[in-house]
Design a protein around this ligand. Structure first.
Ligand SMILES: *Cc1c(COP(=O)(O)O)cnc(C)c1O
Length: 380
């Protein structure tokens, strides 16, 4: 067996940590669909498993790989990104104070605005790209959690993870980062001081727009992590074994896919940055991005596959561009092999997203084709 400790992320992913099925020597792992496991005559569970809501052997490899890529001690898979994220908040107690971004993934923000309040959390929304705003919101001894999303939907603001981690810890709070866009290969929040990392594994980790899944990674297996583990069992928002197997297959190509998506996004951003038909390109990889310096420090090997274009001419012009694309698919979500374009303001109720904004997820097509399609869709 090669020295796995020295393996680069692409090697770890491609080889699935080098794991081989012990009983058959199969390179590709089996899918364990059984919901229940045998006890012996002494009434002991001898295989290490009991009931699939508690744990499933198909989770082992993708959880271990994700923990390894993120530099954490352990990972847990969930039925969706929102199931993973909401579990972190439900592991807190009524009355706890939480700091969260004002601009963030719409679905989670909806959850925080409705259910977190009913659960009794005191959620304070701040501009999380401004470290001083995070500092001002912290209540030492009362704030239990600071939640970041970086780069954040759909404006791609970047939060300074290391600075926020230090502030949160000084106030006695934990730092959790939704690193869905960081994709486990270009941003490593735990190395920067974060306690928890969350992924919508539906996006880059699976990468093929055919699995809904979520994941959490912890820096240490502490009491909060134990509560999160029990919540997964007791709420039952667990991933199906077939989905876990598909996720593992997707993760084998994660570094390669993310590398390509980043490169194409950078090319698209640069091509349209000074285009007169565009009012602004929002992308952390452009020197004009307000937090480009922070992004350059904490994102390695690329600035992500997500960017937004603000189209000159406002909402009607943006919708007209979306209507004219032939290659980019008009659909929600991100991180798949096919490039997606979305007019976010149309799908967010009570939105603060500008009407002229088109969110782009660059996939794996040839970037020249992607650029040519946007160019024709922008018209003259
Ligand atoms: C998609 C997404 C989520 C929610 O994940 P689901 O898998 O759809 O539940 C959370 N955060 C970000 C940044 C996302 O893109």
């Amino acid at each position: 067996m090669a020295d796995i400790d020295s393996w680069a992320p692409a090697t770890l992913a491609a080889q699935g940590l080098g794991r081989i099925d012990e009983t058959t020597q199969a390179l590709i792992p089996p899918i364990h669909v059984s919901t229940t496991y045998l006890r012996d005559a002494a009434y002991e569970l001898t295989g290490g498993f009991n009931y699939t809501r508690i744990d499933n052997p198909t989770y082992g490899q993708p959880e271990a790989l994700l923990a390894r890529l993120e530099g954490g001690e352990a990972a847990l898979l969930f039925a969706s990104g929102l199931a993973a994220a909401s579990t972190v908040f439900l592991a807190l107690k009524p009355g706890d104070h939480v700091v969260a971004p004002k601009v963030m993934y719409y679905g989670l923000q909806q959850w925080l605005r409705v259910h977190a309040l009913e659960w009794g959390l005191q959620v304070e929304f701040v501009d999380a790209s401004a470290t001083e705003a995070v500092a001002a919101a912290l209540k030492p001894g009362k704030t239990r959690l600071v939640w970041l999303e970086t780069p954040s939907n759909p404006m791609w603001d970047v939060s300074d993870i290391a600075a926020c981690a230090e502030l949160a810890h000084r106030a006695g709070a934990k730092l959790a980062v939704d690193s869905t866009v960081g994709a486990a290969t270009i941003t490593h929040p735990i190395a920067l001081g974060a306690d928890l990392v969350m992924h919508s594994a539906t996006k880059y980790l699976n990468g093929h727009s055919d699995v809904l899944a979520g994941a959490l990674v912890t820096s240490v297996e502490d009491e909060l992590w134990e509560r999160i583990g029990f919540l997964r069992i007791h709420q039952g928002a667990v991933l199906g074994p077939i989905e876990a197997w598909l996720l593992m297959r997707g993760m084998r190509t994660l570094p390669l896919r993310v590398e390509r998506a980043c490169r194409s996004a950078q090319q698209v951003a640069e091509r349209f940055a000074a285009d007169p038909r565009i009012a602004a390109v929002l992308y952390p990889g452009l020197p004009s991005h307000p937090q480009h310096a922070v992004a350059a420090r904490q994102m390695r090997g690329g600035f992500g596959g997500m960017l937004s274009l603000r189209v000159r001419g406002g909402e009607a012009a943006a919708l007209a561009v979306a209507a004219r694309v032939k290659l980019w698919k008009r659909a929600t979500s991100l991180g798949g092999v096919e490039s997606l374009i979305e007019h976010r303001a149309s799908v967010e109720v009570g939105t603060t997203t500008p009407g002229d904004l088109l969110r782009l997820s660059t996939g794996l097509e040839d970037p020249a084709d992607l650029i040519a399609d946007l160019d024709q869709a922008l018209g003259n």
